[in-house]
Design a protein around this ligand. Structure first.
Ligand code: NAP
Length: 313
């Protein structure tokens, strides 16, 4: 079984920063991810709130972070983590492709988009229903699309889609957005974007092949209706990707991982960073900050273990 000082699970911005800090401290580091490095950054067109760049493409920033993370010897391997076994001074990380041993583990698995849970959503997945405008937006060039939600993702992706689609209708369940003010202002000023307020989508409609629109209900008046669209983009929040860690006693009731200010979880030697943590601001910048702390704290933890072993001899 391959043995590392630190295993980082998830190679998004947090995970890659954790790997950078730990490997630069001369630790052997493995980043494990079930997909390509970069995480959700790969699905983001323009990132405008990462310091040092006026605007940067998500995949470009991912590649730069990866090059930075691996320059001091951190390795990358594909693998879907099934669970972490805690053996006190060492951990076994079990994946679908074999097991690895580590002194410390940093969980950086992030979050995934929540489903809306209405009829038609699963049926038309990949046939008009999408959770990624950057991946699928080009299919809807000069067509009408609907975006559901009122947070940063809905508005940011709605703005991206407005550059491709002929019309973007953003349907929100309240009459106020929770997205950042700068995104709101841009969306309100965009001629191609129309808002439908106080409205729930009750069904995704389609023919045998593809989406044709959505059924709606105004939650103030009870009025029902339909909005025609070729694409439906759903951004109604995120869920933590922690199903592999639920038996470790480190998550809250909603599944987010609880940590202290040093990113330590309730299990010594297991740290958690980025979007998967219980926290209020989920951003690339905050994930990167978490990663730096966890990389350094993993180093300190392993030093303490070494001291303990030396004094026991
Ligand atoms: P979010 O902030 O949780 O917003 C989810 C939106 O969906 C809310 O407007 C919510 O309505 C609505 N919603 C939730 N359940 C719904 C339902 N069943 N039916 C209809 N609408 C529903 O999620 P997010 O926008 O995906 O953002 C996730 C995190 O990533 C946030 O921390 C966000 O700040 C961050 N993020 C940041 C950026 C950036 O900085 N550029 C970009 C993307 C995401 P209510 O408002 O009524 O609750």
């Amino acid at each position: 079984m391959k043995n590392y000082d630190v295993i980082v699970i998830g190679a998004g911005p947090g995970g890659m920063t954790g790997a950078l800090y730990a490997s630069r401290a001369n630790l052997s580091v493995l980043m494990l991810d079930r997909g390509i490095y970069g995480g959700q950054m790969n699905n983001t067109a323009a990132i405008e709130n990462y310091p040092g760049f006026k605007s940067v493409l998500g995949p470009d920033l991912s590649k730069d972070m990866y090059d930075g993370a691996t320059q001091f010897g951190a390795e990358f391997a594909y693998g879907s983590v099934e669970n972490i076994e805690d053996h006190g001074d060492y951990k076994i990380v079990k994946t679908d492709d074999g097991d690895y041993k580590a002194g410390a583990v940093i969980i950086a698995t992030g979050s995934e988009y929540k489903k809306l849970g209405v009829p038609g959503e699963d049926k038309f997945g990949g046939r008009g229903v999408s959770y990624c405008a950057v991946c699928d937006g080009a299919f809807f060039k000069n067509r009408e699309v609907v975006v559901i939600g009122g947070g940063d993702s809905a508005i940011e992706e709605g703005l991206y889609l407005a550059g491709l689609a002929s019309k973007v209708t953003i349907i929100h369940r309240r009459d106020q957005l929770r997205a950042q003010k700068i995104l709101q202002d841009r969306a309100f000023a965009n001629d191609k974007i129309e808002f439908v307020w106080n409205t729930n989508v009750t069904e995704i409609l389609g023919d045998d092949m593809k989406v044709t629109g959505v059924a709606t209900k105004n939650n103030q008046t009870g009025e029902t209706g339909e909005i025609a669209a070729s694409g439906v983009f759903i951004y109604v929040g995120t869920l933590p990707m922690t199903s592999s860690f639920t038996t470790m006693g480190i998550t809250d009731d909603a599944g987010w991982i609880k940590t202290d200010n040093d990113m330590a979880t309730a299990v010594p030697g297991v740290f958690a960073i980025g979007d998967v943590r219980q926290k209020t601001l989920r951003q690339i910048t905050t994930a990167v900050g978490d990663g730096g702390i966890a990389g350094q704290e993993a180093f300190s933890y392993l030093e303490t273990l070494k001291d303990k072993t030396a004094s026991a001899q």
